[in-house]
Design a protein around this ligand. Structure first.
Ligand code: UDP
Length: 238
């Protein structure tokens, strides 16, 4: 639909919230399995796929800081939460026969490889899905920023953000039934209209690196494959 060439290498950001399914906390096994089967289908179609997994379903530094916790300390706890999610996603992908590697920005050599850029590229060239855990490894950042950073480092053609709705709306469509969905936005429109897509650091990083961002509904089975072919509903930011 976009008339652009099919992506060769893609990064999908999966928020912690996406893994909760209809739950209020933690990981819903059926939801993780469903998302993993979509990731498997895209990987098995020959696209090199890497993932950044969030942690907000378990712990958020900012929320903890609002209740009096030291922000940096809370952020480190949040990064550890992303490692838990990464292991769950890895397990679900392996059940789909997809070879995977978890690479952590915080060294945890017993459970994950340390993040080494060139090694991550090599894994993808060999057809492994690389799951990036622990965000950027730095407090005061988010996994959205980690997704833009890793996508730029991996020289991805596209950064996909799987959300709860099928794109970016002018206001929350779950609260406002008249909310309008955008097909296309520029990076600057997202920033100036303060649209709730990804944080400004992530949008800026994508803009500087001319990395297109595609926002779609991760809960719709098969949507990841369709969006990769330019089909279905999504918002493209470039
Ligand atoms: N976090 C961090 N640095 C990073 C990425 C994440 O400090 O580079 C922490 C931060 O506390 C954040 C938590 O990890 O709240 C979970 O990540 P995030 O909120 O981005 O997850 P998501 O909203 O995608 O579930």
């Amino acid at each position: 639909a976009e008339g652009s060439v099919a992506p060769r290498r893609a990064l999908l950001k999966i928020s912690g919230e996406a893994l909760m399914g209809t739950g209020q906390y933690g990981v819903d096994a059926n939801t993780v399995d469903r998302i993993a089967s979509d990731v498997a289908a895209v990987a098995q179609s020959g696209v090199q796929v890497c993932l950044v997994v969030g942690g907000g379903n378990i712990f958020r530094g900012l929320t903890a800081a609002a209740r009096g916790m030291d922000r940096a300390q809370g952020d480190y706890a949040g990064m550890l939460a992303t490692v838990i999610n990464a292991l769950m996603v890895q397990n679900a992908l392996e059940r789909e026969q997809v070879p995977t590697r978890v690479m952590s920005a915080i060294h945890m050599s017993s459970i994950a490889e340390p993040y080494i850029r060139r090694r991550a590229v090599r894994h993808m060239e060999k057809g492994r899905v690389v799951i990036f855990a622990a965000g950027t490894g730095n407090p005061f950042f988010t996994t959205d920023t980690a997704a833009a950073l890793r996508a730029a480092e991996m020289d991805c053609d596209i950064l996909l953000k799987g959300t709860q709705v099928d794109g970016v709306y002018c206001s929350d469509p779950r609260k406002n039934p008249d909310a309008k969905r955008y097909d296309h936005l520029t990076y600057l429109e997202v920033l100036s209209r303060d649209l709730n897509v990804m944080d400004a650091a992530a949008i800026s990083l994508a803009r500087e690196n001319r990395l297109p961002i595609v926002v779609f509904n991760i809960h719709e089975a098969g949507a990841f494959q369709r969006v990769m072919r330019g089909e279905g509903l999504f918002t493209r930011i470039e």
